[in-house]
Design a protein around this ligand. Structure first.
Ligand SMILES: [Zn+2]
Length: 252
């Protein structure tokens, strides 16, 4: 990609990818490049109007999405290990891969504990738990922990913004990290627990801001930015790694 002083650059954000626009003195044709699993570049000559360039991109949207999906799949295959209980297992938690341990315990109630450098499931050997049971206990523990963290974030960020959600639901939606319904109920994905804490916080702030602005208008984004300066970084993380969060402990 040749850079010229005459080129200008815009950046458009949508939830799926970052669009970088280059208006270049040197380029002679319109072109769309899928640069990575999260970035698409639109290059167009100076004599082409921006609206025309965007229309050109829209015509190729199907192709762009196919390419992005391919790249994301490759990324996911590279990164997600099987769930293992033999001491070699790992779990994604707060944006880090932590060792997942199965620890023999005397209590009859299995317990999942989050420690700074590992996640441990304490279970009595005489229970004879099979991997299937262990996974269920793990999923239940993660959901419970996600609820706790979501509740705390909602309280803290709601207070800062001066709003209060009508309620909270934490579940496993396939397509959204969070949502806010017209009644003010906020739903969040438990999978945000696997993301860095700031990403979780960003989604909570985003949904709370919808209690003020029920749209994605510039005023909405200005409020998000005021509550969480630099939130583009968190959005980029989600675009880049969202697929990964879905691939760990896939939805059954
Ligand atoms: Zn939104």
């Amino acid at each position: 990609m040749s850079e010229t002083p005459a080129s200008t650059q815009f950046e458009l954000f949508n939830e799926d990818y970052r669009l970088v626009e280059r208006r270049s003195a040197r380029s002679r044709h319109l072109r769309v490049e899928v640069r990575s699993a999260s970035e698409v570049r639109l290059v167009y000559p100076r004599w082409v109007a921006r609206a025309q360039a965007l229309a050109f991109l829209r015509e190729r949207e199907g192709w762009v999405r196919e390419k992005l999906a391919e790249l994301r799949q490759v990324q996911a295959q590279r990164q997600v290990p099987e769930l293992r209980w033999d001491g070699q297992g790992e779990l994604l938690f707060h944006g880090r891969r932590l060792p997942l341990r199965l620890v023999p315990a005397s209590g009859l109630r299995p317990q999942l504990r989050f420690e700074p450098e590992s996640v441990s499931l304490f279970a009595a050997p005489q229970l004879g738990l099979q991997p299937r049971h262990l996974e269920l206990i793990l999923r239940r523990g993660l959901l419970q922990r996600a609820r706790q963290e979501a509740k705390q974030l909602l309280e803290d960020e709601g207070r800062r913004l001066g709003v209060q959600a009508a309620g909270l639901r934490v579940n496993d939606p396939r397509t959204q990290w969070g949502s806010c319904n017209p009644g003010g109920l906020i739903c969040l994905s438990w999978r945000l627990l696997m993301a860095p804490p700031e990403v979780f916080r960003y989604v909570v702030v985003h949904e709370l801001c919808h209690l003020v602005h029920r749209n994605h208008s510039p005023r909405f984004w200005a409020l998000v930015e005021r509550q969480m300066p630099g939130h583009d970084e968190q959005r980029a993380w989600l675009r880049e790694n969202g697929g990964l969060l879905q691939d760990w402990l896939p939805k059954e």
